[in-house]
Design a protein around this ligand. Structure first.
Ligand code: FRU
Length: 503
């Protein structure tokens, strides 16, 4: 079967995918997913005239990363999404014939303008497209690619993905890259018109010889660079990449001034690593920094093909600067409209025994709890547990005697399916002298987002007994006080039934 795709209005989800996707018990119901087929990075994020636009890397023909389009969805509340026509389609010829890869959307004097990476063969180059007033229909610039090659004389590992902003009357752009034998980098360019670009130099270059193999290794290439300022601190977010080995989001804090970024520190953005990948952010019309990331799958390609869909968009997050100078993240408060059937537990000490919470169960949940941990103590919140405990996922927070804290997700028993990823995930949990942990856990079928004192850990779980892996429980080792516990069922954000992409 050949598919000759010419104009976005012709593009539909390949037959049967939306129906199959809808039947999959692992498909989230309040996280954004594509109607069917493949989804990866969030792109072109913008709040435009009161409407949030979420574009995404999309293959409507199969749940596989191939000939990537730009999918498009809109929302006025960041909770309920409307599918829009596909925005960008790979050209029949031209620099994006093999894919319209990641990019951003800017307001060029009232004209919505996309800067993206056109893929042809093994090469990606910057391209531009201009949109209709409703951001639905896009025209590619005949001058594409607007930058015809990576900077001369630099041996690059890759050259793609964009961050574009206006500063002192000119456009500035970062393109993600890596310098072979040195490390990941972001190349800085400048332009008057978004079409002809002057190369300035690398904004900042990592050192790939440091921490190789560690969760904060900065990799040999930086994908999806994103630069923004929060309360006087600059953050340069990127996805550390290395051929075949490394996929995790990191950020530098520091100072962007002139043509350079002077780093203060390098940190992990999400302890889930590849499960919160290629994030992009925008400043919304309320002045908030809103970020989305891509939750990759943790099951086999065959299972994805069978399911008819793959790839989940994270819940929208508000990013702020924490008192410790690090980024703090929380789901947008708008999600509260989906909360139903509130259950509250009284404050009490948590005994050593494990307690199954019979009033709280389900695979669409929002749990907010505060726990006070004495030195040496550990608290556990168990989710997606079968009645016999054969399948269970454990969110664990602990406080060491030296005062340091750890957030851990145990997925070893998340699924009896031996082909899914069940590696434990963990990271540092900042604690005050009281040992207080504000923990938020959002469960949406296979998608899991955890926030502990502002630090996120995102993951996927695939219980085989999806119908009865719905139990929730709580337990502790050592002296733990439950200060607060609230839980809600979460309603679905999408109507029942398969989603037609566009009638
Ligand atoms: C990140 C990424 C980007 C690229 C896009 C292709 O996940 O590899 O670097 O532009 O996805 O779909």
């Amino acid at each position: 079967m050949t598919h000759e795709l010419t104009s976005p209005a012709d593009i539909h989800v390949a037959e049967g995918l939306a129906e199959r996707a809808h039947r999959d018990p692992h498909r989230p119901r309040f996280h954004f997913t594509s109607p069917g087929g493949w989804l990866n990075d969030p792109n072109g994020l913008t709040h435009w005239g009161g409407v949030y636009h979420l574009f995404y890397q999309y293959n409507p023909l199969a749940p596989a990363h191939h000939r990537i389009h730009w999918g498009h969805a809109t929302s006025t509340d960041l909770v309920h999404w409307t599918d829009e026509p596909v925005a960008l389609v790979p050209g029949a010829d031209g620099p994006d014939r093999d894919g319209c890869w990641s990019g951003v959307l800017v307001d060029d004097g009232g004209t919505p303008t996309i800067v993206y990476s056109g893929r042809h063969g093994e090469q990606e180059l910057p391209c531009v497209a201009r949109g209709s007033a409703d951001l639905r229909y896009w025209t590619k610039d005949p001058a594409n690619p607007v930058i015809t090659a990576p900077p001369e004389g630099v041996d690059v590992t890759a050259f793609r993905d964009h961050c574009v902003w206006r500063e002192n009357g000119v456009w500035r752009q970062l393109v993600g890259s890596g310098i072979r034998g040195v490390g990941g980098t972001a190349f800085l360019y400048e332009s008057e018109d978004l079409r002809s670009w002057r190369y300035i130099g690398p904004l900042l270059t990592g050192d790939a010889s440091q921490n190789r193999g560690e969760p904060d290794w900065s990799g040999t290439m930086w994908e999806c660079v994103d630069l923004f300022r929060l309360d006087g601190t600059d953050a340069l977010v990127f996805s550390a990449w290395d051929e075949g080995t490394t996929h995790h989001p990191l950020y530098w804090t520091g100072r962007y001034e002139g043509d350079t970024f002077t780093p203060a520190g390098l940190h992990r953005l999400d302890y889930g690593g590849r499960y919160f990948y290629a994030p992009q952010s925008t400043r919304d019309e309320h002045g908030r920094r809103i970020m989305f990331g891509w939750l990759q799958e943790g099951r086999t390609d065959e299972a994805d093909a069978e399911a008819g869909w793959c790839g989940v968009m994270s819940l929208p997050r508000v990013v702020t600067l924490g008192t410790d100078g690090r980024l703090a993240q929380a789901p947008v408060p708008e999600l509260g409209v989906l909360r139903r059937d509130h259950v509250r537990l009284p404050a009490s000490p948590l005994g050593d025994a494990y307690t199954r919470l019979h009033d709280v169960r389900g695979d669409q949940l929002d749990i907010e709890t505060s726990l006070r941990l004495a030195p040496g103590a550990t608290a556990r919140l168990v989710i997606r547990e079968t009645p016999d405990g054969a399948e269970r996922t454990i969110v664990e927070v602990s406080r060491a005697y030296d005062g340091s804290g750890t957030l851990r997700l145990h997925r070893e028993a998340s699924s009896l399916d031996l082909t899914v990823d069940t590696e434990p995930l963990y990271g540092e949990l900042p604690l005050d002298s009281e040992g207080l942990v504000d923990l938020r856990v959002l469960v949406d079928h296979s998608a899991l987002e955890i926030f502990a004192n502002g630090r996120p850990l995102t993951a996927r779980v695939y219980p085989t007994r999806s119908h009865d892996a719905v139990g929730v429980g709580i337990g502790a080792d050592g002296d733990v006080h439950l200060e607060r516990f609230d839980a809600w069922q979460m309603a679905s954000a999408f109507a029942e039934g398969p989603r037609p992409l566009w009638p």
